[in-house]
Design a protein around this ligand. Structure first.
Ligand SMILES: C[S@@+](CC[C@H](N)C(=O)[O-])C[C@H]1O[C@@H](n2cnc3c(N)ncnc32)[C@H](O)[C@@H]1O
Length: 231
């Protein structure tokens, strides 16, 4: 088992992020790097990654663990969606900040941000064409990962695509995370290999799973794994 049976409390992770985003100078830094303006920092190759999902104006898009809405704002700048894309995050604080970011970017009413846990999506079956998730699934324990992938499969229509990227389990990741943990950062997480993630996606009912070439991420310099799975 990838997480060795380790439990992660989804609510606690959300509270940890809320604390990060609202306290002092660190809060200002976090709000910048996780905003639309800061996408170049922690999601440097986001355009290249998103391109593989071939998202078009007719697609209804879900961003799982949307943070403060950065990716949906960036997508909405390029695509005039017929239906507002939807972002969910477990932290109500981040969703509140995200709604302000959406309004500032001029997308009030055009991007729908809601509080929800990745394991329990408040949407009808087969109601999305594309689901995205950036740097979220490390915060899900093995049971939550299975539940969450199952929920994504449920809310995607047949043929729908799920594009997910995350830090990868790799010897190159270890030193950075050891030092990050020593400073109390980040919230509880589990890194997984491509094999583990592919198996979890397959169990959730995804049929075609392709590796996506991510390109270079600037910060933190930890290898990522990106997969495009289809229902
Ligand atoms: C590293 S941030 C990534 C935010 C955004 N996706 C991005 O790439 O900039 C991780 C986000 O996942 C959210 N998150 C963590 N666990 C979650 C869960 N179980 N359900 C929903 N959101 C979760 C956190 O609140 C946080 O906003």
């Amino acid at each position: 088992m990838a997480g060795n049976g380790r439990r992660i409390d989804e609510t606690e992770v959300g509270e940890h992020y809320a604390d990060w985003f609202t306290r002092g100078l660190r809060g200002i830094g976090m709000r910048y790097v996780f905003s639309r303006r800061g996408l170049w920092v922690i999601n440097t190759p986001y355009r290249r990654i998103l391109a593989v999902a071939s998202i078009g104006p007719q697609d209804r898009v879900l961003d799982l663990g949307c943070g403060i809405g950065n990716i949906l704002i960036a997508l909405s700048e390029r695509i005039a969606f017929a239906q507002p894309p939807v972002g969910v995050d477990v932290s109500s604080t981040l969703i509140d900040i995200g709604r302000r970011e959406v309004a500032k970017a001029g997308f009030d009413g055009k991007i729908d941000l809601r509080v929800a846990a990745a394991t329990q999506l408040p949407f009808a079956d087969a109601s999305f064409d594309v689901a995205l998730s950036s740097h979220v699934i490390k915060h899900l324990d093995d049971d939550a990962l299975a539940l969450s992938f199952g929920e994504v499969a449920r809310v995607l229509r047949p043929g729908g695509r799920f594009l997910v990227w995350e830090f990868k389990r790799s010897p190159l990741s270890a030193p950075i995370f050891v030092s990050a943990k020593a400073t109390g950062l980040p919230p509880a997480f589990i890194l997984r290999s491509e094999t583990t993630l592919r198996a979890a996606l397959t169990r959730a009912g995804f049929s075609r799973i392709e590796r996506v070439r991510t390109g270079l991420f600037l910060l933190p310099p930890v290898p990522r794994i990106a997969l495009l799975a289809s229902r």
